[in-house]
Design a binder for this molecule. Structure first.
Ligand code: KG4
Ligand code: ZN
Length: 380
């Protein structure tokens, strides 16, 4: 079955054609245009600009992906959650295509897409479907931090989520405090690679939260990242870090005019010998610790056969390795991760998620497809 996937919920316009079967999926054709360079100037995604850029790119991208390819059997399009300006562009394009060609539509949940990103293989290889259920999914992105239990394809229960900022948002906001460009997660992660993660004892919010395992509806696992961001802000207000020429993966030493006092190295602060790398490694460690601890507790409580890590923050090496390492000690059958190139938003993951709805003929007529910027996975 050929599935066309369309994603435009945030700052990537992405379209992919997949050949899907119960044995696995092959990405036949895919194209993504990132808007990051434009939004960088504003320090984050500007919804109105995002919508306009999606509108400029979506039709040429669909044409390029379908050029010379077989007619899709279904169109999967992200219809929520996400920025309404972007969702409207993707769904309108998909609706128009469905109306004009008669190809049926699947309104697809963006988070469900991220979960299925683990089924994608780069370079024309076959990506293996998620096979062993129940699966526990940690989805961590710029807008979401959720633990989700899935007992079969299409069936989801949210076990916990963040009470305020998402983990990716925390990475991005802390990076902004360091004057690093958006999105800051990858930058913090690069700096952290040569830093000491134990240098600064940042708080681990809610790490000792009592989880009521006999609660009606099951135990709830939560996070809070806003306090961690504030702790980072206060630390940088009161202390200075130094740039190290020998540990400078972002080339910050050359990029800055040495006569300009850096916000994080101003003179009236307590001088430390800590590098910006130590600071980044310490904040990264705090974020990873709270994500991993809650995921392990949920793993012990629900005994899933598979644990899935997905979402943009799943590109973080420390998180990938730490979770994998800890899970090895529990007798699990599998730990699934997206290829780093498919951790961030992409149309292929939307096609993979849509496939399972298409095989069950769970389509939405083009005239009835609506966007839901707050669509919670598991809700109809
Ligand atoms: O899933 P995604 O592409 O978009 C959303 O749906 O939000 O995730 C983007 C998020 C950003 O917050 C970005 O900083 C974060 O993923 N991210 C990372 C890394 N790569 C991307 N965070 C930490 N370490 C990384 N290597
Ligand atoms: Zn996403």
């Amino acid at each position: 079955m050929y599935i066309l996937g369309i994603e435009s919920s945030c700052d990537d316009t992405s379209v992919a054609l997949l050949k899907c079967s119960p044995k696995g999926h092959i990405i036949i054709s895919e194209k993504t245009i990132s808007q990051i360079d434009i939004h960088k100037k504003y320090g984050g995604v500007v919804p109105e600009i995002a919508g306009r850029l999606h509108a400029e790119k979506i039709v040429p991208l669909i044409e390029a992906v379908l050029d010379g390819q077989p007619k899709p059997d279904a169109i999967a399009v992200t219809s929520g959650p996400g920025l309404v300006t972007g969702l409207l562009v993707g769904t309108t394009a998909a609706q128009t295509l469905s109306y004009a060609t008669g190809i049926p539509l699947v309104g697809t949940n963006h988070i469900e897409g991220h979960i299925h990103s683990v089924e994608l293989a780069p370079d024309g290889a076959i990506g293996k479907p998620i096979a062993d259920f129940p699966a526990l999914c940690l989805v961590v992105s710029g807008g979401h931090t959720e633990l989700i239990l899935t007992k079969k394809h299409g069936d989801y229960q949210i076990l916990g989520s963040t009470k305020d900022d998402a983990a990716g948002e925390c990475f991005d906001k802390v990076a902004k405090l360091l004057d690093l460009p958006y999105p800051g997660g990858p930058q913090i992660s690069k700096l952290a690679g040569t830093g000491n993660p134990a240098a600064i004892g940042f708080p681990r919010p809610m790490i000792n939260e009592k989880i009521n395992f006999s609660a009606k509806g099951g135990p709830a696992f939560g996070w809070s990242f806003a306090g961690l961001k504030t702790a980072a802000l206060y630390w940088l207000r009161d202390n200075s870090v130094i740039l190290s020429e020998t540990k400078d993966p972002l080339n910050l030493t050359n990029a800055r005019d040495s006569s300009t006092p850096l916000r994080f190295a101003q003179n009236d602060k307590t001088k430390t010998n800590l590098t910006i790398n130590d600071f980044a490694a310490s904040i990264e460690q705090a974020i990873v610790d709270v994500l991993v601890v809650k995921t392990l507790r949920a793993t012990e409580a629900y005994k899933p056969k598979t644990v899935i890590l997905a979402g943009g923050v799943a590109a973080n090496k420390k998180l990938r390795l730490t979770l994998g390492d800890k899970l090895k000690r529990l007798a699990l059958t599998s730990y699934l991760l997206p290829a780093t190139s498919y951790a961030m938003d992409n149309g292929a993951m939307i096609a993979a998620a849509g496939y399972y709805h298409a095989v069950q003929k769970k389509f939405t007529p083009w005239s009835e497809l609506a966007v839901d910027p707050n669509w919670k996975i598991g809700d109809p």
